[in-house]
Ligand binder design. Sequence first.
Ligand code: ACO
Length: 325
Amino acid sequence: MTVRRSVMLGCGSYLPSRILTNADLARTVDTSDEWIVQRTGIHERHIAAPGETTSHMAVHAARAALSHARVDAQSIDLIVLATSTPDNTFPASAVSVQADLGITHGAAFDLQAVCSGFVFALAAADGLLRSGAFSRALVIGAETFSRILDWTDRGTCVLFGDGAGAVVLDAQELAGTRKDRGILTVRLRSDGRHKSKLYVDGGPSSTGTVGHLRMEGREVFRHAVAMITDVVEEAFKATGTTVADVDWFIPHQANKRIIDGSAHKLGIAPGKIVTTVDRHGNTSSASIPLALADAVADRRIKRDDLLLFEAMGGGFTWGAALVRW
Ligand code: ACO
């Protein structure tokens, strides 16, 4: 008996042209390149131009993914856009992407799970494709965190950047084994008891303002590795795979110390880790598809490679996915 799976046909990404280096930041807040690199592994990040919105970047990434997948935008009937920095409170930025791509059929919506957004969006799209309700999806992570940063707070403003990444998912009937291409499993978790450790201090129903990102960095750090490794182990168990089967580890790019700590605890060799945090900073829900597109573009990732995605973020939310490319 065959199984309906969501196969990744292609990916693409977009970064704004302006680069902000650690040295640039050291001119405006009391920090140094040495401190930022040592604590986070970040050297530089991209910052959206005035007027450049989340949906603009999402459309660029979506077009790149469609072109890489060699499919026409008209074949897309589902768009799931993971973002915590939408263009407007509503409508969803996903409908702007849909309109810019000239698509008038199917459905488009935003999904908000902060830095875990891309993994949550993959799960949502995978479920909708496998149900038979839709046949081909764009899953996008796009963020303009530069607009919600307090640029006087050196504890947070050095960590984040802007960007977008996208994948095309195609529903296909496959054998139903772990050798299949596509999404083999996605595991999601959240625990709202941690909601005040990483949040934005504004919103439509509370302050009526957009607000700024606030974080207890040490608390996030303290929980990150354990949460990530737990949900990854769950994904291995669900698929009957082990860490030895993983070809590429593509983590959410929050901080090099969290990435290395998680890889070490899981037993993943440093040579299998895809890292972009040094050049992109933390782009929240965009970081995984940005890293994927990087490693696909330079041909590290090859067809049938087993990819392990994981993320953890505000909420806390966390999740992992195993995908055969
Ligand atoms: N430059 C220089 N000094 C700084 C800076 C900075 N940019 N930021 C903080 N400091 C200072 C602090 O003021 C403090 O000084 P003090 O000792 O005189 O009070 C000192 O450095 C240590 O501060 P801590 O916050 O304790 O530093 P820590 O070693 O914990 O590193 C960091 C901070 C990098 C934020 C770390 O806690 C971390 O990586 N946390 C994870 C958070 C994260 O990655 N969040 C991303 C979003 S969540 C996600 O995507 C998973």
